[in-house]
Write a protein that binds this ligand. Structure first.
Ligand SMILES: *Cc1c(COP(=O)(O)O)cnc(C)c1O
Length: 388
């Protein structure tokens, strides 16, 4: 090897240096999350408030046993795309259970939530169509909108009037329109005004797509009729994969046209079986899915923050350096709370994003509250809350 860097390595090195300088470089840290919410990282035992394992099901004995049994019976991998030979029998069971849980006619399981969103939007929309999307919608919803080649307009976060203005202006020239939002926003924990958005869609003949990645089990959401409900198996269900719940014809169409479904290998049997078992655990454990929100409310009460609307609570600190510093202080006190920085969140809103789980004890939450109150940057923020 010569000492001269290739233009490729020069490109990567310069990019990394720039990110480093702006405190925006991200690195992987090996983390052993054996007995959630206890995790082991860098030689330390920590309580994690950064996992999306809302119900603690990734480590549930029934869920793990189902995964093991599926490996024994069907092997480690699906072996092909589902449309070729990868559609092992566990899929139909899971799709039936998901549809039942969501009160939908049918469901389609994808390789991940990300793949579900890019597949569904790409199959349903094209250049003659309109996509109206919340400004804070997840990266993969935006990627799906972009890949579809539809005309995309973003509306101010949770602003029904702004969405209406976009539909009034652009809907007439479009063949079809899709309105895209999340039920619970992943980085802010607030909820979409679903009934208002659904009424808007009805008035303008737009199809409502909701991303329920963080809303699973928050029953209030299930009241509004939504024709396209996507979600993930990777968070509250403790497994891996994504899904769409919709009518039978829509699901049949997606299964024959969504590229991320057709051209990607089916999920491993273990993931499908684990998600299926998790649904059973939820159904047979009354009160389980209410616990994360209860824990989150204990936390917001303890710190005098606005009452939590979901198991996600943001503590906005502003500069990425501040978020990293407070995250390190928490690490020293035995808590894993990852700093979230741009571009995941808008510039100037770097934050700690706390996720609460049924696996957290009341004592875990109380200790976290007490610790945060002692950190100067947090105390300052609590005394003088940011406008968001
Ligand atoms: C995590 C997430 C996804 C992606 O789901 P995966 O199964 O992890 O790929 C999609 N949408 C939102 C809002 C998410 O938070």
């Amino acid at each position: 090897m010569s000492g001269v860097m290739s233009s490729l390595d020069q490109f990567a090195t310069a990019k990394l240096r720039d990110l480093e300088r702006r405190a925006l470089r991200r690195t992987l840290v090996p983390t052993d999350r054996g007995a959630f919410p206890r995790v082991h990282r860098e030689g330390r035992d920590l309580v994690s408030f950064s996992c999306n394992d809302y119900l603690g099901l990734s480590g549930h004995p029934t869920v793990k046993a189902a995964a093991v049994a599926a490996v024994e019976r069907y092997g480690a991998g699906a072996g092909a795309s589902r449309l070729v030979t990868g559609d092992h029998p566990l899929y139909a069971e899971l799709e039936g259970a998901l549809a039942a849980a969501k009160g939908a006619e049918a469901a389609c399981v994808f390789g991940s939530g990300y793949l579900a969103n890019i597949g569904v939007l790409g199959a349903l929309a094209g250049p003659d169509d309109l996509i109206v999307i919340d400004d804070l919608a997840h990266s993969c919803l935006n990627a799906g909108a972009q890949l579809s080649n539809a005309r995309v307009h973003r509306f101010a976060h949770n602003d029904v009037a702004a969405a209406e203005a976009l539909l009034a202006r652009h809907r007439p020239e479009a063949r079809h329109a899709i309105l895209v939002t999340e039920t619970v926003f992943s980085m802010d924990g607030d909820r979409a005004p679903l009934s208002g958005l659904a009424a808007l869609c009805a008035a303008h003949d737009a199809w409502l797509l909701t991303d329920d990645a963080h809303g699973f089990g928050l029953a209030e959401h299930d009241a509004t009729p939504v024709p396209l409900r996507m979600g993930t198996l990777s968070k509250a269900l403790g497994s891996y994969g994504g899904y769409l719940c919709a009518s039978q014809p829509v699901v049949d169409f997606i299964k024959t046209r969504a590229r991320s479904f057709i051209y990607s290998t089916g999920l491993p049997p273990a993931s499908v079986a684990a998600a299926r078992a998790a649904l059973d655990v939820i159904a047979s454990t009354p009160g389980l899915s209410a616990l994360p929100l209860e824990r989150a409310r204990l936390f917001t009460e303890g710190l005098g923050l606005p009452r939590a609307e979901s198991p996600i609570v943001p503590l906005i600190l502003g500069a990425p350096e501040t978020a990293l510093k407070v995250s390190r202080d928490l690490l020293d006190a035995g808590f894993l709370v990852t700093a979230i920085r741009p571009p995941t969140v808008p510039p100037g809103t770097a934050r700690l994003r706390l996720t609460f789980s049924a696996a957290h004890s009341i004592a875990d939450v109380a200790r976290l509250v007490a610790t945060l109150k002692e950190i100067p940057e947090v105390a300052e923020r609590l005394a003088c809350p940011a406008s968001s």
